[in-house]
Design a protein around this ligand. Sequence first.
Ligand SMILES: NC(=O)c1ccc[n+]([C@@H]2O[C@H](COP(=O)([O-])OP(=O)(O)OC[C@H]3O[C@@H](n4cnc5c(N)ncnc54)[C@H](OP(=O)(O)O)[C@@H]3O)[C@@H](O)[C@H]2O)c1
Length: 258
Amino acid sequence: MRKSKTALVTGASGGLGLEFARLLAKEYCDLVLVARNEGKLNGIKRELEKEYGITAWVCPCDLSRVDAALGVYQFTQAHDLEIDALINNAGFGDSGKFAESNWRKQYEMVQVDITALMQLTHCFLPGMIERKHGKILNLSSVAAFCAGPGMSVYYASKAFVRSFSEAVAEEVKGIGVTVTALCPGPTATGFEAAADMGKGSKMFKKAAKPEDVAKAGIRALRLGKVLCYQGSFTKWMGFLCRLAPRSVTRRYAAKMDK
Ligand SMILES: NC(=O)c1ccc[n+]([C@@H]2O[C@H](COP(=O)([O-])OP(=O)(O)OC[C@H]3O[C@@H](n4cnc5c(N)ncnc54)[C@H](OP(=O)(O)O)[C@@H]3O)[C@@H](O)[C@H]2O)c1
């Protein structure tokens, strides 16, 4: 008989992913921890196992590689793990004009933020549907609401995540499986540094705490909400972006990212 539930968290080595892992461990959920930094993941495994008496498996993986997500799925099969909750959190951005950008970084961003998220969903969703039980949380962003000059690929990737999640959520409605897109605003994690935004971005002046964002995400996951706009900034942005012409919202986004 299965003792506890198991959640798989991508990008669990820091930032929001680590907060998701902590909250799930607190609920006595066993964990599969995925990211590139194996040393950090092993430290987190030890900390959470000791503090909450759960079992955590470390699955080091570079999700920008082709079919990396398939490797993660095969890892869970090899360890005979049934995944009750999939937290598609790994992701990063990049700032600067697209024409001047590093192609490799744009490509890897699409691989991690879109392809890996989609492939993990594709791997785990059929089993969840068969069992009539399962929850998926996909990390979108306030960036999904409009075009983002100066971060074009990142904004577009998060719009993809929101649209994809909403569509799949509707496809599985009513059968015990839910898909949630979490749309946080600026949050104090490693994101700004990974996106080469420097420290002056207006957006991050009042960044949310990662633990608050993660709590909102887990609450939405538990309730099976399709969309979760975390924080008043995000809620206002969502509202204004529905009213304002896109020519206005894209100019506003360009100013905020500076
Ligand atoms: N912070 C914000 O303001 C904000 C706002 C809205 C949405 N989000 C979204 O929230 C999610 C989490 O970001 P964060 O804010 O927590 O940023 P973060 O602190 O930089 O964490 C990013 C996580 O993703 C992992 N990751 C990055 N590249 C990877 C790769 N190639 N393969 C596997 N794992 C990889 C990192 O682990 P390794 O380096 O160990 O691989 C790390 O654990 C992202 O999807 C982001 O777009 C963030």
